[in-house]
Write a protein that binds this ligand. Structure first.
Ligand SMILES: Cc1cc2nc3c(=O)[nH]c(=O)nc-3n(C[C@H](O)[C@H](O)[C@H](O)COP(=O)(O)OP(=O)(O)OC[C@H]3O[C@@H](n4cnc5c(N)ncnc54)[C@H](O)[C@@H]3O)c2cc1C
Length: 256
C-alpha cells in the first residue's frame, strides 16, 4: 500500500467531537466527527481505513472498538462512522443510543490496508457486503466515483450488498447517489423481504447471485468483501472457484 508522504497525520490518541448524528435505520446511526481541538478532520486517510475508539470509563479496563470510515477522504469537513447496534451489544449500544452532539471520544487512526491499490489491483473493483460491512465500500465508491478511469482510480466499480429487509437499509442516500454515476453499479438484495418489484434482488448472497451480477465474467477484477463471515466465505469461495487469483481477493473482518 502506497502512502502519500505529504498526508496529514496525527499521532497517538486524539479527541474527536461529534458534530452531528444521522439516523440510518432502527439500529444504526452515522456519527459525524471533527477534531475536538482544531476542528475539521484530524488526518488524511485512504478510503476503506478505520479508526479505533478507546473507552476508559465503561469497564474496569479500557475497552477499544474499531469503526471504518463511511465518509470519503474527499469530505474534508467531517469524518463519519456508521455504527450498527449488534445483538448482545456493549459499545455499539453506547454509540447508537447513548451519544449526543458535542460528546468527545478518544480515538486513533487511520489504520488498515483494506483499500484500493492502483499499482496492483485490477481496474474493475467488485465489492460484496452484508449489512454494516457496506461502510468501507461507500467510502471507496464516494472517493473514486467522480474520477473513474483516471490515474490512481479504478475504471469501474460494482457493489452487491445484502440487507435483511427495507427496514434495515443503511447509507441508502449514498447508495442512490452513487448508483447514478456511470460505471458505478450497486445491486441491493434483501434476504428476508421480496421487493423485486421495486428493483431489489431477493435472497441471500450466494455463488449464483455473484455470477449473475457479473454475467459470469470474473476476469480483470479485484474482489473485496466485508460483512458477516458467511458472506465473506461465499464471496471468497466463489471468486476462487472462478479462477480469481488470491492476490485479487481482499477481505476485512469486523470480528476482532
Ligand atoms: C476493522 C474493523 C472495522 C469495523 N467497522 C465497523 C463499522 O464500520 N460499523 C460497525 O457497526 N461495526 C464495525 N466493526 C465492529 C465493531 O468494532 C464492534 O465489534 C461492534 O460495534 C460490536 O461491538 P460491541 O461492543 O457492541 O459488541 P461486541 O464486540 O460483540 O462485544 C460485546 C461483548 O461485550 C460484553 N459486555 C457487555 N457489557 C459489558 C460490560 N458492561 N463490561 C464488559 N463487557 C461487557 C458482552 O458480554 C459481549 O461479549 C468493525 C470492526 C473491525 C475489527
Amino acid at each position: 500500500m502506497k502512502l502519500d508522504p505529504n498526508r496529514r497525520i496525527k499521532r497517538g490518541w486524539m479527541n474527536l467531537k461529534i458534530k452531528s448524528i444521522k439516523n440510518e435505520c432502527h439500529d444504526t446511526k452515522t456519527l459525524y466527527f471533527i477534531d475536538a481541538d482544531e476542528g475539521g478532520i484530524p488526518f488524511d486517510y485512504i478510503a476503506g481505513q478505520y479508526i479505533t475508539f478507546r473507552f476508559d470509563d465503561v469497564s474496569e479496563k479500557p475497552v477499544v472498538r474499531s469503526y471504518t470510515m463511511s465518509s470519503s477522504p474527499r469530505q474534508t469537513e467531517v469524518l463519519a462512522v456508521t455504527v450498527k447496534e449488534v445483538d448482545d451489544p456493549f459499545i455499539s449500544r453506547l454509540l447508537v443510543r447513548d451519544t449526543a452532539v458535542d460528546q468527545i471520544y478518544r480515538a486513533r487512526g487511520p489504520i488498515g490496508k483494506f483499500v484500493y491499490e492502483p499499482e496492483s489491483d485490477e481496474k474493475h473493483l467488485v465489492m460484496i457486503a452484508g449489512g454494516s460491512g457496506v461502510t468501507p465500500f461507500i467510502s471507496i465508491m464516494r472517493e473514486y466515483m467522480d474520477r473513474l478511469g483516471t490515474e490512481g482510480a479504478p475504471e469501474k466499480m460494482t457493489l452487491l450488498v445484502s440487507y435483511r429487509s427495507k427496514a434495515d437499509l443503511i447509507l441508502w442516500d449514498d447508495i442512490e447517489q452513487i448508483n447514478k454515476h456511470s460505471h458505478c453499479r450497486i445491486v441491493t438484495t434483501l434476504s428476508r423481504e421480496d421487493a423485486t418489484g421495486e428493483g431489489f434482488w431477493h435472497g441471500r448472497i450466494d455463488s449464483s447471485m455473484i455470477s449473475k451480477l457479473l454475467d459470469g465474467n470474473f476476469k480483470g477484477k479485484t474482489f473485496m468483501t466485508c460483512g458477516p463471515e458467511a458472506i465473506m466465505d461465499t464471496a471468497v469461495a466463489c471468486a476462487k472457484a472462478h479462477g480469481v487469483e488470491e492476490r485479487h481477493i481482499k477481505t476485512e473482518s469486523f470480528s476482532s
